[in-house]
Design a protein around this ligand. Structure first.
Ligand code: IPE
Ligand code: IPE
Ligand code: MG
Ligand code: MG
Length: 333
């Protein structure tokens, strides 16, 4: 395990330079977000305030901006849709934490842990519809349609995940389909939106969607790896929590197919997974090189994502998208 963790974090990527290069449009995205999160009513303000203060990686807005920047220097429309994407993301995280019964997000208490599930579900709805409003203003039926498609897929992907809790028969294909729906299609949407707003050709839009999809698959595999090997203080959310909830992710699916399979199956099918069970499973994942396996799967997706950009003209934005793809895998939170 130690060797693997070293390898994983030694290459820890950063997208700091991209952020500073895009500081101007990202500043406008932040302005838009703080306007949308603003609530005049004192009590509502208390609920929404933490969303303003504790920000995440802002990956989705960056993807919208970079995808647009591949084709235009006018990012004014992309800024609005970038803010919309981050709002939609925030809404999904609020709901996801209810579903996952999680009490920590971005290093702070989740809305469900502070205010309870009722308020959290409704707050997620409120943030989501504000986000949609921003998209409606763009008057792009294409982007609205893609958004509703993506969001339905995401919700259905999450439902499928729940229906497959504690299922030791789940296959790699099931897993990939599930993470495509719950995570990768959203990242593909961000890339599509940037390209559409910038007036890219259909071929170029398809290339960016493919990039987003493959990068998104790598991103979720990495997230599932971080759940096993991440440092809670860096990740800002509880670690080793997927299995505890019954969520069988790629490393475990791999190990189920090895000589450790029977032992792991028994633990999973017992329907309650304790802290000691997690330790046992982690040792088996190490023995069977299942974390390395998942890493390699993600690495292949990163390479496929980058290859999808081949048809684009060279540009700084294109170079940055390549960096972002590696970052999706090598990030530490
Ligand atoms: C978390 O997304 C949800 C997943 C799809 C894994 P991010 O890792 O982008 O979350 P923030 O916005 O940086 O907190
Ligand atoms: C992301 O999956 C699901 C979403 C669609 C938001 P996770 O449940 O693994 O995300 P984290 O780990 O809570 O951020
Ligand atoms: Mg979760
Ligand atoms: Mg996770």
């Amino acid at each position: 395990m130690i060797d693997f963790v070293r390898k994983f974090s030694a290459e820890a990527g950063t997208i700091r330079e991209i952020r500073s290069r895009l500081s101007e449009p990202m500043g406008l995205v932040e302005q838009e977000l703080s306007r949308l999160f603003h609530e005049d009513e004192l009590l509502l303000g208390k609920v929404f305030r933490p969303l303003k203060r504790h920000v995440g990686k802002r990956l989705r807005p960056l993807l919208v901006l970079l995808s647009a920047e591949c084709f235009t220097s006018d990012l004014s429309r992309a800024v609005k849709v970038a803010a919309c994407a981050e709002m939609v993301h925030t809404a999904t995280l609020i709901h996801d934490d209810v579903v996952d019964r999680s009490n920590l997000r971005r290093g702070m208490a989740t809305l469900n842990s502070t205010w309870g599930n009722k308020v959290a579900v409704l707050a997620g709805d409120s943030v989501f519809t504000k986000a949609l409003d921003l998209l409606v203003d763009q008057q792009s039926f294409r982007l609205l349609k893609s958004m509703t498609y993506m969001f339905t897929e995401m919700a259905n992907g999450e439902i499928l995940q729940i229906l497959n809790y504690y299922n030791a028969d789940v296959t790699m294909e099931d897993y990939i389909q599930r993470i495509k729906r719950k995570t990768a299609l959203f990242l593909a949407y961000c890339c599509e939106a940037g390209a559409v707003l910038a007036g890219a050709s259909e071929e170029e839009i398809e290339a960016l969607k493919e990039y987003g999809l493959k990068m998104g698959l790598a991103f979720q595999v990495a997230d599932d790896l971080l759940d096993f090997i991440g440092d809670e203080s860096k990740v800002g959310k509880p670690v080793c929590s997927d299995l505890r909830e019954g969520n069988v992710t790629l490393p475990v699916i791999h190990a189920l197919q090895t000589s450790a399979g029977e032992e792991i199956r028994q633990i999973i099918e017992a329907d309650e997974i304790t802290g000691d069970d997690i330790k046992t499973i982690l040792a088996l994942l190490e023995r069977e090189k299942s974390l390395e396996y998942a890493y390699e799967v993600a690495e292949n997706y990163v390479k496929e994502a980058i290859a999808a950009l081949d048809i684009l003209e060279p540009s700084q934005a294109k170079k940055d998208l390549v960096k972002v793809a590696w970052y999706a895998l090598h990030r530490q939170y």
